[in-house]
Ligand binder design. Structure first.
Ligand code: ATP
Ligand code: MG
Length: 295
């Protein structure tokens, strides 16, 4: 099994003293790549067993938010970690530049529509956090958001953090467990991955010229990520700042964090007792009688 404390180390539930530089993107938590495949297999199996119980119990929802710089491995982490989960119990939604219809609403509208039902796992590939990340790095984007003039002040980022905190507290109080993953890749590793994408014909489609432009704003993005984690980490909605230079390690940490949470929620298959069990036994008798009469 994946070592039980591996996700804990990267969990931030009180952002006050959080510093991004304290997390090394190349960290592998003392593990090495040999054996990582088997560990992940165990993690995926355990996740799939818990997911079935989550679904049957039908009380909690699980919301997994993935944020990262380009090429940090969001897509691969989602694909590998969720590979054993029943597709009926799980939905992935990717959030790109908002549409005209989405801009006609408040910034939590589009993500709210995609929240998981009870018993389900919802995965956000990017999320409302973009509103304090890419929009903060490019404040010009605000001009296109159709906000009334007097509402756009220099307090806007603090106000957005507050909206996010309130929203996540509300969701937690109503039965959604929220985990937020920031896949923390180094600038050097991103460079290498961009080059690989260009050099390997099968990966070229993943590369966009815009990625190079955003890379130039690296430091501003890092600051925005640090501020966002500091402002929105909470025990009911922790951030996991996951080293992302080694994809195999990222996936182990993400899997372990989800399994930790499900273990804590401890959903169980409903048990049938009392009059419902009597009914079930009567149904069984009738079916057994029918089977005998067929012989
Ligand atoms: P990949 O890893 O494959 O590049 P991606 O998640 O980066 O996947 P893209 O289609 O490349 O997907 O980019 C989506 C873009 O949309 C990102 O640059 C992101 O910052 C931007 N975006 C998401 N939400 C918002 C928002 N609310 N306002 C402005 N831009 C947004
Ligand atoms: Mg991209």
């Amino acid at each position: 099994m994946i070592p039980s404390d591996i996700a804990q180390r990267y969990r931030v539930e009180d952002g006050k003293n959080f510093r991004l530089k304290d997390i090394n993107p190349g960290d592998t938590g003392g593990l090495d790549k040999d054996g990582a495949k088997d560990l992940l297999k165990d993690g995926v199996k355990s996740l799939s067993q818990w997911q079935e119980k989550l679904y049957a119990d039908d009380r909690w929802s699980l919301l997994l938010i993935f944020q990262a710089m380009d090429a940090a491995g969001k897509d691969g982490a989602i694909e590998h970690v969720m590979s054993g989960v029943n597709p009926q119990g799980c939905m992935v939604t990717s959030f790109k530049q908002p549409s005209a219809q989405e801009l006609d609403h408040d910034f939590l509208w589009r993500t709210t529509k995609a929240l998981p039902e009870r018993g389900r796992i919802g995965i956000f590939n990017r999320s409302y956090y973009e509103e304090v990340l890419v929009v903060r790095v490019h404040p010009k984007i605000l001009d296109g958001q159709k906000l009334p003039k007097g509402l756009v002040t220099d307090r806007i980022w603090q106000e957005r953090y507050e909206s996010i905190r309130d929203f996540e507290r509300h969701m937690a109080r109503n039965g959604t467990a929220i985990l937020k993953f920031f896949l923390h890749v180094s600038k050097e590793e991103q460079l290498q991955r961009f080059l690989d994408r260009i050099e390997e014909p099968g990966k070229r489609w993943k590369f966009s010229m815009g990625d190079v432009a955003e890379r130039k704003l690296w430091d501003r993005y890092q600051e925005s990520y640090e501020d966002a984690v500091r402002a929105t980490a909470a025990p009911h909605a922790p951030w996991y700042v996951v080293p992302a230079d080694k994809k195999w390690f990222t996936r182990l940490v993400v899997a372990r964090a989800i399994v930790d949470t499900l273990e804590r929620l401890n959903p169980q298959f409903p048990t049938v007792t009392g009059p419902a069990l009597d009914e079930l036994m009567k149904a069984r008798e009738a079916l057994v009688a029918e089977k005998k009469s067929q012989r």
